[in-house]
Design a protein around this ligand. Structure first.
Ligand code: ADP
Length: 423
């Protein structure tokens, strides 16, 4: 059994996969768990990512869940802890980044950590403590209008300071550019000054690679998924295809799509135009009592042995608005998620062993319906989306391959490319 080197706590599901994907690319073998597993679960991986759903829940609940995850990670021997949040530092005015960091620091009995949401490959950079989203400052980007976590201040030192009683400081771009020794020296100086959390500037992968060695002795790192690329080098790991190796893919191929994003609409259209077998799930028919789940599964049953099938609720904004006007936004969403999750389970029971799910919430519902508790992370299909392998009591072989794609991820030919990559 491999020693668990890095134990990660992610504040949402797709963010957890994003982090796991970066760790695999940097050479670590990674398992992602859905929620905190019970103590009987053992893992054989260099890193474990516990996916929570704690970004916008009440502070006390986020703290309790994170501490629970910490206890489990320590029970499996994790040597360093990584608290992962969004690369746009998504938080409510009360937290949860500051309070969760405070609680983890206390539990780990440490007086210092860093905070760095930078992910330059995805356009998230930090300069002089200010977070940029592409070419815009955070508070000028679309994030200022986010329904749950509107970000109206781009100065992360200020944002984090408003969420914690500990002193927050900065490790600026000049120090980072001077390399690991200079960063370590700055950490020493900040500690002497009584600073306990330091926002770190990073505008390139080179910055993240320079930061990695300086974090080696910290019990806790808090960051987006970008900082992860610099950590495997601390334990002598280098990028290697073996890190993402999965068992051989078996079974039929299917796609279940509940995302209505621009990218997913284009991916569905591409698959259909390319002659792929596709079944459209109509929410209004469902609301009228039609057993759409059985219809879809019966349709799929006749085709899955010959070619991949696509079952989709994906629709253009006008159609989605019309459904929402009739059924209500939340009700429509839940009804469709529930139906697609039942379809995913039915497909697994009918021999599908390679499943793509499009949509963040849809993925969560499908993973739950499939009874999946943890997944081994495999090779990247598109940035942020890896193939995974997971045990499921509903899968014919007892396990299956899954690709969980959130909203706007992936190129137009994602559905076809993903299966090609697996064979
Ligand atoms: P994304 O990652 O693109 O945000 P999600 O799965 O997270 O995708 O969210 C899409 C939401 O839209 C889900 O709640 C899903 O059930 C719902 N939905 C999907 N298709 C339709 C439709 N045709 N009409 C209304 N709602 C839909």
């Amino acid at each position: 059994m491999t020693q668990v080197l890095l134990g990660c706590i992610a504040d949402d599901f797709t963010g957890a996969t994003d982090l796991a994907n970066n760790l695999v690319r940097a050479g670590m073998r990674v398992v992602q768990t859905i929620g905190v597993p019970d103590t009987s679960v053992t893992v054989d991986a260099d890193a474990v990512v516990v996916a929570l759903k704690s970004r916008t829940i009440p502070v006390a609940d986020a703290v309790a869940q994170s501490l629970d995850a910490l206890r489990w990670l320590r029970s499996v021997g994790a040597q360093q802890i990584y608290f992962k949040y969004c690369s746009t530092f998504d938080s409510t005015p009360l937290g949860n980044i500051g309070p969760v960091t405070d609680a983890l620091m206390e539990a780990l009995d440490t007086d210092f950590t860093i905070a760095c949401p930078a992910f330059p490959e995805n356009g998230r950079t930090v300069f002089k403590g200010y977070l940029f989203v592409g070419d815009e400052l955070l508070h000028e980007s679309g994030m200022r209008n986010h329904p749950l976590t509107p970000m109206t201040d781009s100065n992360l030192v200020r944002v984090l300071q408003s969420q914690t009683k500990r002193r927050v400081g900065l490790i600026d771009y000049r120090t980072v550019a001077a390399g690991p020794a200079a960063i370590s020296e700055r950490i020493r100086a900040l500690r002497i000054e009584g600073v306990s959390m330091a926002v770190v500037d990073a505008t390139s992968n080179a910055d993240l690679m320079a930061l990695g060695p300086a974090l080696k002795s910290l019990p806790l790192v808090t960051a987006g998924s970008g900082v992860a690329i610099g950590l495997p080098q601390n334990v002598g790991l280098v990028p290697a295809a073996a890190a993402g190796q999965l068992p051989q893919a078996l079974g039929f191929r299917a796609i279940v799509s509940g995302s209505c994003s621009t990218a997913t609409n284009a991916q569905v259209a591409d698959f259909v135009e390319g002659g792929g077998a596709a079944f459209a799930v109509d929410p209004l028919q469902m609301a009228n009592g039609q057993d759409v789940v059985s219809d879809a599964l019966e349709w799929a049953q006749q085709r899955i042995a010959t070619a991949p099938v696509l079952i989709y609720a994906t629709a253009r904004p006008e159609a989605v608005s019309a459904v929402q006007a009739r059924l209500g936004v939340a009700q429509a969403g839940e009804m469709v998620e529930h139906a697609l999750a039942s379809i995913a389970r039915g497909l697994a029971e009918r021999g599908v062993g390679q499943l793509i799910v499009a949509g963040g919430e849809t993925s969560g519902a499908c993973v739950q319906a499939l009874g999946i508790q943890s997944m081994r992370i495999g090779p990247q299909i598109a940035p942020g989306v890896p193939w995974c392998h997971a045990g499921s009591p509903h899968a014919r072989e007892g396990a299956m391959h899954l690709a969980l794609k959130s909203g706007n991820f992936g190129a137009t030919d994602f559905f076809t490319r993903a299966f090609e990559l697996l064979s």
